[in-house]
Design a protein around this ligand. Structure first.
Ligand code: ZN
Length: 244
Protein backbone atom coordinates (compact mmCIF):
# COMPACT_ATOMS: atom_id res chain seq x y z
CA UNK A 1 0.00 0.00 0.00
CA UNK A 2 1.27 3.42 -0.92
CA UNK A 3 1.50 5.88 1.92
CA UNK A 4 0.12 9.42 1.70
CA UNK A 5 3.64 10.70 1.30
CA UNK A 6 4.28 8.39 -1.64
CA UNK A 7 0.95 9.37 -3.25
CA UNK A 8 1.77 13.06 -2.83
CA UNK A 9 5.14 12.47 -4.39
CA UNK A 10 3.77 10.70 -7.46
CA UNK A 11 1.14 13.45 -7.91
CA UNK A 12 3.88 16.06 -7.77
CA UNK A 13 6.01 14.01 -10.21
CA UNK A 14 3.06 13.73 -12.62
CA UNK A 15 2.35 17.49 -12.47
CA UNK A 16 5.97 18.27 -13.17
CA UNK A 17 6.25 15.95 -16.16
CA UNK A 18 2.80 15.87 -17.74
CA UNK A 19 3.51 18.66 -20.25
CA UNK A 20 6.61 16.90 -21.47
CA UNK A 21 4.78 13.56 -21.82
CA UNK A 22 1.85 15.18 -23.64
CA UNK A 23 4.25 16.89 -26.03
CA UNK A 24 6.11 13.70 -26.86
CA UNK A 25 2.81 11.80 -27.34
CA UNK A 26 1.67 14.52 -29.74
CA UNK A 27 4.94 14.38 -31.62
CA UNK A 28 4.60 10.60 -32.02
CA UNK A 29 1.10 11.05 -33.48
CA UNK A 30 1.93 13.85 -35.87
CA UNK A 31 5.41 12.58 -36.75
CA UNK A 32 6.90 15.96 -35.85
CA UNK A 33 10.61 15.82 -35.05
CA UNK A 34 11.90 17.04 -31.70
CA UNK A 35 14.09 20.10 -32.12
CA UNK A 36 17.22 19.91 -29.97
CA UNK A 37 18.89 22.87 -28.26
CA UNK A 38 21.44 22.90 -31.07
CA UNK A 39 18.63 23.57 -33.59
CA UNK A 40 19.01 20.08 -35.09
CA UNK A 41 16.34 17.38 -35.05
CA UNK A 42 16.55 13.74 -33.94
CA UNK A 43 17.10 11.39 -36.83
CA UNK A 44 18.61 14.01 -39.12
CA UNK A 45 22.10 13.58 -40.55
CA UNK A 46 24.41 16.55 -40.40
CA UNK A 47 27.58 17.17 -42.27
CA UNK A 48 30.91 18.01 -40.69
CA UNK A 49 31.52 21.73 -40.32
CA UNK A 50 34.99 21.46 -41.85
CA UNK A 51 33.39 20.83 -45.23
CA UNK A 52 34.78 17.31 -45.79
CA UNK A 53 31.31 15.95 -46.60
CA UNK A 54 31.39 13.26 -43.89
CA UNK A 55 28.53 13.05 -41.38
CA UNK A 56 29.01 14.86 -38.06
CA UNK A 57 29.23 12.51 -35.10
CA UNK A 58 26.37 12.18 -32.64
CA UNK A 59 27.05 12.63 -28.95
CA UNK A 60 25.84 9.94 -26.54
CA UNK A 61 25.05 10.87 -22.95
CA UNK A 62 26.13 8.79 -19.97
CA UNK A 63 22.59 7.52 -19.44
CA UNK A 64 22.64 6.19 -22.99
CA UNK A 65 20.38 8.89 -24.47
CA UNK A 66 21.44 11.09 -27.35
CA UNK A 67 23.17 14.27 -26.32
CA UNK A 68 22.57 16.28 -29.47
CA UNK A 69 24.89 16.80 -32.41
CA UNK A 70 28.51 17.71 -32.51
CA UNK A 71 29.32 19.88 -35.48
CA UNK A 72 32.26 17.78 -36.69
CA UNK A 73 33.14 14.25 -37.73
CA UNK A 74 35.47 12.38 -35.35
CA UNK A 75 38.94 13.89 -35.40
CA UNK A 76 37.89 16.93 -37.49
CA UNK A 77 37.14 19.50 -34.77
CA UNK A 78 39.98 22.00 -34.41
CA UNK A 79 40.68 21.27 -30.73
CA UNK A 80 39.74 17.60 -30.56
CA UNK A 81 41.97 15.53 -28.24
CA UNK A 82 44.29 13.14 -30.05
CA UNK A 83 45.38 9.77 -28.65
CA UNK A 84 48.83 9.99 -27.11
CA UNK A 85 51.78 8.32 -28.80
CA UNK A 86 55.51 8.40 -28.09
CA UNK A 87 58.03 8.77 -30.91
CA UNK A 88 60.44 6.22 -29.38
CA UNK A 89 63.93 6.43 -30.84
CA UNK A 90 63.48 9.96 -32.18
CA UNK A 91 65.85 11.50 -29.68
CA UNK A 92 65.75 14.93 -31.34
CA UNK A 93 61.95 15.14 -30.87
CA UNK A 94 62.12 13.80 -27.30
CA UNK A 95 64.93 16.17 -26.31
CA UNK A 96 63.15 19.20 -27.75
CA UNK A 97 59.91 18.31 -25.92
CA UNK A 98 61.85 17.80 -22.66
CA UNK A 99 63.41 21.25 -23.12
CA UNK A 100 60.00 22.82 -23.64
CA UNK A 101 58.58 21.09 -20.56
CA UNK A 102 61.63 22.10 -18.50
CA UNK A 103 61.33 25.71 -19.57
CA UNK A 104 57.67 26.44 -20.25
CA UNK A 105 55.86 23.41 -18.85
CA UNK A 106 54.42 22.39 -15.54
CA UNK A 107 53.95 18.99 -13.93
CA UNK A 108 50.94 18.91 -11.58
CA UNK A 109 49.88 16.37 -8.99
CA UNK A 110 46.82 16.59 -6.78
CA UNK A 111 44.68 14.31 -4.63
CA UNK A 112 41.08 15.23 -3.94
CA UNK A 113 39.08 13.50 -1.24
CA UNK A 114 35.36 13.42 -2.00
CA UNK A 115 32.67 13.46 0.65
CA UNK A 116 31.60 10.03 -0.60
CA UNK A 117 34.99 8.67 0.43
CA UNK A 118 36.20 8.37 -3.16
CA UNK A 119 39.66 9.61 -3.99
CA UNK A 120 40.42 11.50 -7.19
CA UNK A 121 44.01 11.35 -8.38
CA UNK A 122 45.03 14.11 -10.75
CA UNK A 123 48.33 14.18 -12.55
CA UNK A 124 49.07 16.32 -15.58
CA UNK A 125 51.76 17.73 -17.82
CA UNK A 126 50.84 21.15 -19.19
CA UNK A 127 52.61 23.61 -21.44
CA UNK A 128 51.15 27.10 -21.93
CA UNK A 129 52.63 29.60 -24.38
CA UNK A 130 51.58 32.76 -26.14
CA UNK A 131 52.53 31.26 -29.48
CA UNK A 132 50.51 28.40 -30.94
CA UNK A 133 53.18 26.86 -33.19
CA UNK A 134 55.11 24.95 -30.51
CA UNK A 135 51.82 23.82 -28.91
CA UNK A 136 50.72 22.46 -32.30
CA UNK A 137 54.11 20.75 -32.69
CA UNK A 138 53.64 19.03 -29.31
CA UNK A 139 50.19 17.76 -30.30
CA UNK A 140 51.42 16.65 -33.73
CA UNK A 141 54.30 14.69 -32.19
CA UNK A 142 52.75 13.35 -28.98
CA UNK A 143 48.94 13.67 -29.25
CA UNK A 144 47.02 14.93 -26.22
CA UNK A 145 44.69 17.86 -25.82
CA UNK A 146 45.19 21.48 -26.86
CA UNK A 147 43.06 24.55 -26.34
CA UNK A 148 43.35 28.30 -26.51
CA UNK A 149 41.87 30.95 -24.24
CA UNK A 150 42.30 34.52 -23.07
CA UNK A 151 42.85 34.77 -19.30
CA UNK A 152 40.80 37.44 -17.51
CA UNK A 153 43.30 37.89 -14.68
CA UNK A 154 46.92 37.21 -13.76
CA UNK A 155 50.15 38.62 -15.12
CA UNK A 156 49.25 37.78 -18.74
CA UNK A 157 45.61 38.94 -18.62
CA UNK A 158 43.82 39.60 -21.91
CA UNK A 159 46.56 38.01 -23.97
CA UNK A 160 45.70 34.91 -26.00
CA UNK A 161 47.53 31.80 -24.82
CA UNK A 162 47.80 28.23 -26.12
CA UNK A 163 47.88 25.15 -23.92
CA UNK A 164 48.84 21.50 -24.44
CA UNK A 165 47.93 18.84 -21.87
CA UNK A 166 48.63 15.19 -21.16
CA UNK A 167 46.74 13.78 -18.19
CA UNK A 168 46.29 10.80 -15.88
CA UNK A 169 47.57 7.36 -16.98
CA UNK A 170 49.24 8.83 -20.08
CA UNK A 171 51.64 10.94 -18.03
CA UNK A 172 53.87 8.02 -16.94
CA UNK A 173 54.80 6.59 -20.36
CA UNK A 174 55.54 10.06 -21.72
CA UNK A 175 57.68 11.14 -18.77
CA UNK A 176 59.59 7.83 -18.89
CA UNK A 177 60.54 8.60 -22.48
CA UNK A 178 61.52 12.20 -21.62
CA UNK A 179 63.31 11.47 -18.34
CA UNK A 180 66.85 11.17 -19.79
CA UNK A 181 66.45 14.63 -21.39
CA UNK A 182 64.78 16.51 -18.55
CA UNK A 183 67.15 18.67 -16.50
CA UNK A 184 65.14 20.96 -14.23
CA UNK A 185 62.03 18.85 -13.70
CA UNK A 186 63.56 15.38 -13.51
CA UNK A 187 62.86 14.76 -9.82
CA UNK A 188 59.20 15.81 -9.90
CA UNK A 189 58.82 13.82 -13.14
CA UNK A 190 59.85 10.69 -11.22
CA UNK A 191 57.14 11.41 -8.61
CA UNK A 192 54.57 12.08 -11.34
CA UNK A 193 55.44 8.74 -13.00
CA UNK A 194 54.67 6.92 -9.74
CA UNK A 195 51.42 8.85 -9.29
CA UNK A 196 50.35 8.20 -12.88
CA UNK A 197 51.23 4.50 -12.59
CA UNK A 198 49.07 4.21 -9.46
CA UNK A 199 46.05 5.37 -11.51
CA UNK A 200 46.77 2.72 -14.13
CA UNK A 201 47.12 -0.02 -11.51
CA UNK A 202 43.59 -1.45 -11.18
CA UNK A 203 44.62 -3.69 -8.25
CA UNK A 204 44.84 -0.59 -6.08
CA UNK A 205 41.13 0.00 -6.48
CA UNK A 206 39.33 -1.49 -3.52
CA UNK A 207 35.65 -2.23 -3.06
CA UNK A 208 33.40 0.25 -4.89
CA UNK A 209 36.40 2.21 -6.07
CA UNK A 210 37.53 3.05 -2.55
CA UNK A 211 41.25 2.99 -2.02
CA UNK A 212 42.93 1.46 1.02
CA UNK A 213 44.09 4.15 3.48
CA UNK A 214 47.79 3.39 2.97
CA UNK A 215 47.41 3.85 -0.80
CA UNK A 216 45.66 7.22 -0.25
CA UNK A 217 48.53 8.25 2.04
CA UNK A 218 51.12 7.16 -0.54
CA UNK A 219 49.43 9.13 -3.33
CA UNK A 220 48.98 12.20 -1.11
CA UNK A 221 52.70 12.10 -0.29
CA UNK A 222 53.61 11.85 -4.01
CA UNK A 223 51.34 14.80 -4.92
CA UNK A 224 52.72 16.84 -2.02
CA UNK A 225 56.25 16.12 -3.25
CA UNK A 226 55.40 17.44 -6.74
CA UNK A 227 53.78 20.54 -5.19
CA UNK A 228 56.86 21.21 -3.03
CA UNK A 229 59.02 21.29 -6.16
CA UNK A 230 56.55 23.54 -7.98
CA UNK A 231 56.50 26.04 -5.11
CA UNK A 232 60.23 26.73 -4.89
CA UNK A 233 61.00 30.27 -6.04
CA UNK A 234 63.80 29.13 -8.32
CA UNK A 235 61.39 26.66 -9.94
CA UNK A 236 64.10 24.04 -9.80
CA UNK A 237 63.90 20.52 -8.47
CA UNK A 238 64.72 21.28 -4.86
CA UNK A 239 62.57 20.58 -1.83
CA UNK A 240 60.95 23.63 -0.28
CA UNK A 241 63.17 23.54 2.83
CA UNK A 242 66.25 24.02 0.65
CA UNK A 243 68.32 26.96 1.92
CA UNK A 244 70.44 28.96 -0.49
ZN1 ZN B 1 35.24 17.08 -41.53
Amino acid sequence: MATDKQRAYSRKYYQEHKDKWRDSALRRKTGEKLVLKSGYKYGETHLCKCGCGQPAKRLVKNAGGLGGWAGYARGHAPDEPKEMFIPIGESRVLAYAAGIIDGEGCIYGNIRLRKTGCVETHVMIQVTMCSGSVIKWLKDNFGGRTYTDIPRSGHAAYKRRYTWQITSKQVAPLLRALLPYLIEKQERAKLAIQLSDSIADVWHRGRKGKLPAEEVARRTELAAGIKRYNRTTSGEDQPIDYVN
